[in-house]
Ligand binder design. Structure first.
Ligand SMILES: [Zn+2]
Length: 184
């Protein structure tokens, strides 16, 4: 199976990044999308990936948070969350309490552009996993909540740059060496 390079903002094939995605119709369809997402995320690295990023306009995203050492300093409570697939997710109860943190995106200059985004500390999410089991969870870890908000935004056709506050544009940072095409 082919590994899909994430589609890019500013290109024709990245136009889906600004469209709203549709619900998955069957668990088999969900599973197939999860398999493709996992292949790309494992290969290119990162903590999350959403279906529109690989050209599929469906409401599926995955997170894979295991690089505890990289985020440990800012998020000391970060446990090993590991791999989770979210199919047809619904978010509610976004907390009023927010925090600001740097984000990048595999679809924005190949993961090499970073900027500060304010996100809710916690949220509630309902979703189906790749086995078709329904879950309802409170996400209280601010880092996990951040990744979910970023990935869920992809299903709504929103990228992190659109979530930035005007005064935070001065935080934009381009790290050319993080370009995912160079890491492999
Ligand atoms: Zn992204």
């Amino acid at each position: 199976m082919e590994i899909i390079l994430p589609k890019q903002v500013g290109t024709k094939e990245g136009e889906l990044l600004f469209e709203k995605s549709e619900d998955v119709e069957s668990f088999q369809e969900g599973r197939e999308i999860v398999t493709l997402l996992k292949k790309s995320l494992d290969y290119y690295g990162g903590v999350g990936l959403a279906a529109p990023q690989i050209g599929i306009q469906k409401r599926v995203f995955i997170v894979d948070i295991k690089e505890t050492e990289r985020y440990g300093e800012k998020y000391p409570q970060l446990k090993e969350i590991g791999f989770v697939a979210y199919i047809n997710p619904i978010i509610s109860d976004l907390s009023e309490e927010k925090n600001k943190g740097m984000e990048g995106c595999l679809s924005v200059i190949y993961g090499s552009l970073f900027g500060a985004v304010e996100r809710s500390d916690s949220l509630k999410i309902e979703y189906f996993d790749e086995q078709g089991k329904k879950h309802t969870e409170e996400i209280r870890n601010p880092f996990h909540a951040r990744v979910i908000q970023h990935e869920f935004d992809h299903l709504e056709g929103i990228i992190f740059l659109q979530r930035m506050n005007r005064e935070d544009f001065s935080t934009l940072l381009w790290e050319e060496e993080r370009d995912i095409r160079k890491q492999r």
